[in-house]
Design a protein. Structure first.
Length: 320
């Protein structure tokens, strides 16, 4: 959503100002391609663009054909095979195939579902919008889902927590940092996009609405605080729980958790030592290894971003 949301916001601003634009969305791929379904490019009336379909010759061709459709207020489904013709100049000889739905957007009826999707996404709620195109005598409707940024709870506003928050906001996580020290969890130390909670760490974690879309990273200032934070979340349905520290420290914490009744299955879900093994030593390197593991965990659960096509004529007949 980090790329799609600003693209849609630009489209709405242009359309509301009387400047039609063409929305180009990858709706299907086969084989190896530079982008996956959901990637979107906006072609504006001056032929400038927002977003990307992966660059190169394909994007240049889509831009030209989208501009032609924009001039006549049309739509279409473009089909590209990434072979010698479309990949030689920029190395994208992937051998795959991309289908791109293109629709000129200007009518008020086109804007309502887009505006609703943008407003939902801004509230970090599930959002989707339709893109309807004419293709070979049929009218096809695709549903494009906006990826809602997952929440990243960072327990600890110290050096690692701060460095991780700096990376994670640009990786499209909704970052929340929790610490009981107001001088550490302060607006002066963090990006304004980071939500700060100054409170007892374990208590704040217990009260936070953690679900499968939440990622929790525990990097507090000491063993006791780490254990209390982990005990507060280990039984919850977080999509990711990571604990910083050595294997010895983790074993000691796990032994205490077992005595508290935490199951082996719940303990096994905890990533520790945290982060991908890149032989990290410095604080920025440790933060990078954690951020990489968070991306890995997130992308293995990537939802389907485009559904369809649905033949609108056939769909209307079945409802009749």
């Amino acid at each position: 959503m980090s790329e799609l949301l600003p693209t849609l916001e630009t489209l709405l601003a242009d359309a509301e100002a009387g400047r039609p634009a063409a929305l180009c969305t990858v709706v299907e791929t086969r084989g190896s391609t530079p982008q996956c379904p959901g990637a979107t490019l906006l072609v504006r009336g001056d032929m400038s663009t927002v977003g990307t379909l992966g660059g190169g010759c394909v994007e240049a061709e889509v831009r030209q054909r989208a501009f032609e459709l924009l001039l006549r207020g049309g739509s279409g489904l473009l089909d590209y095979v990434l072979d010698h013709d479309f990949g030689w100049d920029d190395g994208l000889i992937c051998g795959g195939r991309m289908f791109v739905a293109v629709r000129a957007v200007s009518a008020p009826a086109d804007l309502a579902p887009l505006r609703e999707a943008v407003e939902s996404a801004r509230r970090r709620r599930p959002a989707a919008f339709p893109i309807v195109v004419d293709h070979e005598g049929r009218r096809l409707r695709y549903t494009v889902h906006l990826e809602v940024p997952p929440t990243l709870l960072i327990a600890g506003a110290g050096h690692v927590g701060r460095a991780l928050a700096r990376l994670a906001v640009d990786l499209d996580f909704h970052v929340v940092v929790i610490d009981d020290r107001s001088d550490f969890a302060s607006a002066q130390r963090f990006d304004p996009r980071v939500e700060l909670i100054v409170r007892d760490i374990a208590a704040a974690l217990r009260d936070y609405p953690i679900d499968a879309g939440c990622h929790v990273v525990i990097v507090t200032r000491g063993h006791q605080h780490d254990e209390q934070a982990l005990e507060a979340v280990v039984r919850r349905e977080a999509g990711y729980v990571g604990l910083i520290g050595s294997k010895r420290k983790s074993r000691m914490i796990f032994d205490d958790l077992r005595e508290m009744g935490v199951s082996e299955e719940q303990i096994a879900r905890v990533r520790t030592p945290i982060g991908l093994d890149i032989s990290a030593v410095t604080v920025p390197e440790i933060a990078l290894s954690i951020a990489a593991e968070l991306v890995q965990a997130r992308r293995t659960k990537l939802p389907k971003l485009v559904e369809g096509p649905v033949d609108e004529a056939a769909s209307n007949e079945s409802r009749a």
